[in-house]
Design a binder for this molecule. Structure first.
Ligand code: TYD
Length: 213
């Protein structure tokens, strides 16, 4: 049986990851792989209800972090672990790095508490932590992201934050990359859509090549 693959996609709001996630999904499906395309917060009925709450209600920072991890736990147990056990490709629009970036970086919530919650929620039976094997980080200057978002849609609680907040979120992603460089691929999202798309394609196919058969 082929083993499952777990890839996450990250970046500040407005970095443009959605288009590229759709393309990567197509790439795998054309190669005949079963793909589970999912997102956080969300991905299960309970987690989608939690998403509604955290994206629209103001709340205490610890409450927010706990709800993000509660949604993640449900998502892991109900969707991600079964998919990986079947040998599927799991493509996740945001995962734990977003909590470190948004709650840790953006809101300034205690990084070490997040590390503890991550351990609690993502522990596997052998004690290892479930993490994406590849994280594609769309990195973009918050001012460019704000311009892109301005014309897009009605903003949610996070999208309506000022540029300073997103600078802190960006710094949170950078810190995560420093802590776990082996699974991060940083992409300069200021490039044209086509250039970013080509780079994402390259990153994913290079990564697939170096996996042991
Ligand atoms: P996003 O993934 O951008 O979805 P959409 O494209 O539908 O807006 O929105 C999710 C928001 O939730 C985004 O602003 C980041 C935030 N978020 C956190 O603050 N912490 C987390 O752990 C996750 C997964 C997301």
């Amino acid at each position: 049986m082929t083993r499952g693959l777990f890839i996450s996609f990250e970046g500040i709001d407005g970095a443009g990851k959605s288009t590229h996630i759709a393309r990567v999904t197509e790439l795998f499906r054309q190669a005949g792989k079963a793909v589970v395309l999912t997102r956080e917060p969300g991905g299960t009925p309970v987690s989608e209800k939690l998403r509604e709450l955290v994206l629209h209600e103001p709340m205490d920072a610890l409450t927010e972090a706990l709800l993000m991890f509660a949604a993640r736990r449900e998502h892991l147990v109900q969707v991600i672990e079964p998919a990986l056990a079947r040998g599927d490709v799991v493509l996740c629009d945001r995962f734990t790095d977003a909590t470190f970036a948004y709650q840790g970086g953006g809101r300034g919530f205690d990084w070490q508490v997040l590390v503890q919650l991550e351990r609690m929620v993502q522990a596997l039976p052998d004690g290892a932590l479930r993490q994406p094997e590849l994280t594609v980080w769309f990195d973009l200057d918050p001012h460019i992201a704000a311009q892109r978002l301005a014309s897009a849609r009605v903003p949610d609680k996070f999208e309506s934050q000022p540029a300073d907040f997103f600078s802190a979120v960006r710094a949170g992603y950078a810190k995560r990359q420093t802590e776990m460089p082996e699974r991060f691929a940083r992409i300069d999202a200021a490039q044209s859509l086509d250039a970013v798309g080509a780079e994402v394609g390259r990153v994913v196919s290079d990564w697939l090549k170096q996996l042991t058969p």
